[in-house]
Ligand binder design. Structure first.
Ligand SMILES: Nc1ncnc2c1ncn2[C@@H]1O[C@H](COP(=O)(O)OP(=O)(O)O)[C@@H](O)[C@H]1O
Ligand SMILES: [Mg+2]
Length: 313
């Protein structure tokens, strides 16, 4: 049985403000298996950062339990922290030092060598730019340096809280490739995001939350199951409908197209139509993509999750 790297049971966080109690994380059961990239997906304000902060001992739960590598936390954080790397808040680097100098300072403080620094810089693709000053780095490079800093301790679990926030498309792609590589190299990555496309492209499994509550969890493939339907475009829809119905398939008009319900492969539709002398212009499998799964699940939560304007801090 594979190890569960992150486990929470009934995890809850309430914040009290002038307008009463606000539940940021609502009895959340989270289970992240070892290996690969796990998406932690939810709209803004749904409780991702609060959950991550509790896992790292940066915030105290109101109730519930948590474990990292099977060790109860926060009690045993000192024992597990050297296996955990995290980028939650923007880390502080010295602006006038180069990326390499910044990492060497850090490495010295955690007992790592300069070759560990070079390796980490190489891994995040900063090799070429590591002797430029930090203040000249783009946001994407700063984010990659932050990840390099966590790699110094060669973590088994890497927690990245919305690492692509504010990045341009090229920066997003770089982080995405890096996260994929890290997942493939055997590190378990928890990647939080409010952007579907990001998670869908990178993650093996995903947990979706809304309003601090668990909405769905599982392998991306399973959440994005094919629906057993095809959209086809043909020149003679009436002839096509008749031919399909004679073959035991149902076809319904959808604008200029037809939607065919079947559990059989698309080639079957093409064969039936071909035998009836009707030729296909288009045949597209209809899938419920993660976007629609996500939108369905979080409907109603997104509005409620808008910032209240009240500052509790
Ligand atoms: N320190 C805090 N004090 C009061 N409320 C907070 C605090 N931190 C977060 N919240 C509230 O908890 C909810 C979840 O926030 P957060 O965990 O940051 O969500 P996410 O990371 O998914 O955007 C939000 O409604 C937010 O306003
Ligand atoms: Mg957040």
């Amino acid at each position: 049985m594979s190890e569960t790297v992150i486990l929470t049971r009934g995890l809850r966080k309430e914040f009290s403000g002038r307008r009463g109690t606000h539940v940021a994380v609502d009895d959340l059961d989270l289970a992240v298996p070892a290996g690969g990239v796990h998406g932690f997906l939810g709209p803004n304000g749904s409780g991702k950062t609060t959950t991550i902060r509790m896992l790292l001992g940066l915030a105290a739960p109101t109730s519930g339990s948590m474990a990292l590598f099977g060790e109860p936390v926060p009690q045993r954080l000192p024992e597990v922290m050297d296996r955990v790397g995290a980028v939650v808040e923007s880390p502080k680097f010295a602006p006038n030092f180069t990326g390499r100098q910044n990492l060497r300072l850090l490495a010295a403080s955690v007992g790592r060598s300069t070759s560990d620094v070079d390796e980490a810089l190489e891994k995040v693709g900063l090799g070429q730019r590591s002797d430029d000053r930090y203040r000249a780095y783009s946001l994407g490079m700063k984010q990659r340096l932050a990840i390099a800093a966590t790699l110094l301790k060669k973590p088994r679990l890497l927690i990245l809280d919305e690492p692509t926030n504010g990045l341009d498309p090229a920066g997003i792609r770089e982080i995405r490739d890096l996260v994929k590589d890290l997942g493939a190299s055997g590190v378990t990555v928890l990647l939080s995001s409010h952007i579907l496309a990001e998670v869908q492209q990178v993650c093996d499994s995903v947990t979706i939350i809304g309003h601090g509550r668990l909405l769905a969890s599982g392998r991306v493939q399973e959440l994005v199951a094919a629906t057993g339907a095809y959209r086809i475009v043909v020149e003679r829809p009436e002839d096509a409908t008749r031919a399909l119905e004679e073959a035991g398939l149902t076809a319904a008009a959808d604008g200029d197209a037809l939607v065919v319900q079947t559990d059989r492969p698309g080639s079957e539709i093409s064969r039936v139509l071909g035998e009836a002398g009707v030729w296909l212009d288009e045949l597209t499998p209809l899938r419920a993509d993660l976007e629609s799964v996500f939108l369905d699940l979080t409907e109603g939560d997104r509005m409620g999750a808008m910032p209240s304007g009240e500052d509790y801090r």
